[in-house]
Design a protein around this ligand. Structure first.
Ligand code: HSE
Length: 399
C-alpha cells in the first residue's frame, strides 16, 4: 500500500481524496497496490467530511511519518506551500502539486532539490487543469525542437469572454457568474489580469525550451480592459477574443513570452474553445502543430491530473523521472518587442489619421471611433505608433 498525504483540503485537495475513493479499486489494479490517503492537512476542521478522522493540523505529523511516501500539495501560493514542499522533498518524500505559482517561481530550485534527494516533483495539474499536456509535450514530443507554445490557459477568463460573446453580458456581470460557479481564484485579480495565465506559460516555456523563464520577465495584460463593444466589433468581422499566453523564439533564437488578449480567426480551432475549457498548441519542428484540449479548471478534472501524478511518482519511486530546466540567465531571454505582430486598436482619431499612421490597415468600424487591424510590424513600432493616437482599446492578433 502507498500512503499519501494531501496538504490543503480546498477544491482540488478534496477532489484528489474523492478520486482515490471513487476509483480506488481501479487505481490499485493499475498500480499493483492500493493508494491510501492517510492524512489531510488543513487549518480547518471538516466534521461532515468522510475524511474527518484523517485531518491533521501539524505538518510535522506528515513529515515525521516514514510511511508517507508521497505528499500532495494543493495549498496554493508560494509561502507555506514553498516551505512544506522544500521540507518534504528534503525528507525524501515525493511531492505532487497543482500549484502553478510555486512551480513558475520556484520550480527550478525545487526540481534541483528533488534531484539531489532522488525523488519526484510532479506538477501536470499546474497547467491546463485536467488536460494531459506537460507529460505528452516532454515525452511524446521529445524528439522535436519546440518552436512555439501558445494557449488559452485560464478557464475563468475564457468563461467570461464566452459569456460576453454568447450572452452579450458585460465583463463585470460575467465575472460575477464565474465567481458564483467557483471558477475564479479566491482573488480574481490573478485570473482577470493574466497572472495565472502568465505562470502557466512560464511553466510551459521552462519545459519546452529547458530554460527558466520567471513570470516577472513576461509582459502580461489581462482582460479587464476588454469591452463588450470590442467583442461585438471583432465578432462581426469574423474574429473572437481570447486571452492567450505565448512562448516562442525570436528571430535571434532567444526565448520570449507574453500574455495578452488576442483576436483569433473564426476558423482557428481556439475560437471554438468555450467556457472553462483550455487549449494548448505546441509547434515542434518535426510534428508540426499539436493541440491539447480539455477542462482547464474544476475539482475533479484537476484532481484527475494530480492523482495521475501520484501514480507516476509511485511507479518511479526507485528511478526518479528526470525533469528540470536550467536557471534563468538574462542573456538567454528575448523580448516580445522584437516579435512581428498585427494589432487591433479602437481609437477616437479620424480615419485619415489612422490611415496615415497605419497604412494598409483593415478597418472594422468607423464613424465617431475607428476600429482597425494593422498590418504585421515589430511590436515596438506598433506600440509607439499607437501611443500617439487617442486609444480606447488594443489587442494582439494571432497569425
Ligand atoms: N483559476 C484557474 C483558471 C484555475 O480559471 O484557469 C485553474 O488553474
Amino acid at each position: 500500500m502507498i500512503n499519501i498525504a494531501v496538504m490543503g483540503f480546498g477544491t482540488v485537495g478534496a477532489g484528489v481524496a474523492d478520486v482515490f475513493e471513487m476509483n480506488g479499486a481501479l487505481i490499485a489494479q493499475r498500480l499493483g497496490e492500493p493508494v491510501y490517503v492517510k492524512y489531510i492537512l488543513d487549518v480547518r476542521e471538516f466534521p461532515d467530511s468522510p475524511f474527518a478522522g484523517r485531518v491533521v493540523h501539524d505538518f510535522d505529523v506528515i513529515l515525521n511519518d516514514p510511511a508517507v511516501e508521497i505528499v500532495v500539495e494543493t495549498i496554493g501560493g508560494a509561502k507555506v506551500a514553498y516551505d512544506y514542499t522544500k521540507r518534504a522533498l528534503a525528507a525524501g518524500k515525493h511531492v505532487v502539486t497543482s500549484n502553478k505559482e510555486l512551480v513558475a517561481t520556484k520550480g527550478c530550485e525545487l526540481l534541483q532539490l528533488a534531484k539531489e534527494k532522488n525523488v519526484n516533483y510532479l506538477f501536470e495539474a499546474a497547467v491546463g487543469g485536467g488536460i494531459p499536456v506537460l507529460r505528452p509535450m516532454q515525452q511524446c514530443l521529445a524528439a522535436n525542437e519546440i518552436e512555439e507554445v501558445y494557449g488559452i490557459l485560464n478557464g475563468t477568463t475564457n468563461f467570461i469572454l464566452s459569456r460576453m460573446v454568447r450572452a452579450g453580458v458585460t465583463f463585470e456581470a460575467a465575472l460575477k457568474e464565474a465567481q458564483s460557479l467557483g471558477y475564479a481564484e479566491q482573488d480574481p485579480t490573478a485570473d482577470v489580469e493574466g497572472q495565472d495565465a502568465c505562470r502557466k506559460i512560464c511553466i510551459l516555456a521552462d519545459l519546452a525550451f529547458g530554460k527558466e523563464l520567471p513570470p516577472e520577465h513576461v509582459p502580461t495584460c489581462g482582460i479587464s480592459g476588454v469591452t463588450l463593444r470590442d467583442v461585438e466589433i471583432v465578432e462581426q468581422a469574423g474574429w473572437r477574443v481570447k486571452l492567450l499566453g505565448r512562448a516562442l523564439r525570436t528571430a535571434g533564437g532567444k526565448v520570449c513570452a507574453y500574455v495578452a488578449p488576442h483576436l483569433v480567426a473564426a476558423e482557428h480551432p481556439f475560437s471554438a474553445v468555450e467556457d472553462v475549457f483550455n487549449a494548448i498548441m505546441v509547434r515542434g519542428n518535426a510534428v508540426g502543430e499539436v493541440m491539447f484540449y480539455g477542462p482547464g479548471a474544476g475539482k475533479l478534472p484537476t484532481a484527475s491530473a494530480v492523482a495521475a501524478d501520484v501514480l507516476d511518482a509511485a511507479a518511479h519511486r526507485e528511478k526518479r523521472k528526470n525533469i528540470g530546466w536550467s536557471a534563468w540567465r538574462a542573456e538567454d531571454a528575448g523580448t516580445p518587442e522584437e516579435l512581428e505582430l498585427r494589432g487591433y486598436f479602437r481609437v477616437k482619431d479620424p480615419l485619415e489619421t489612422v490611415e496615415a499612421r497605419f497604412p494598409g490597415s483593415e478597418i472594422l468600424a468607423s464613424g465617431g471611433e475607428v476600429a482597425f487591424i494593422t498590418p504585421k510590424m515589430p511590436l515596438r513600432r506598433l506600440e509607439d505608433a499607437a501611443a500617439a493616437l487617442q486609444l480606447c482599446a488594443k489587442m494582439c492578433v494571432l497569425g
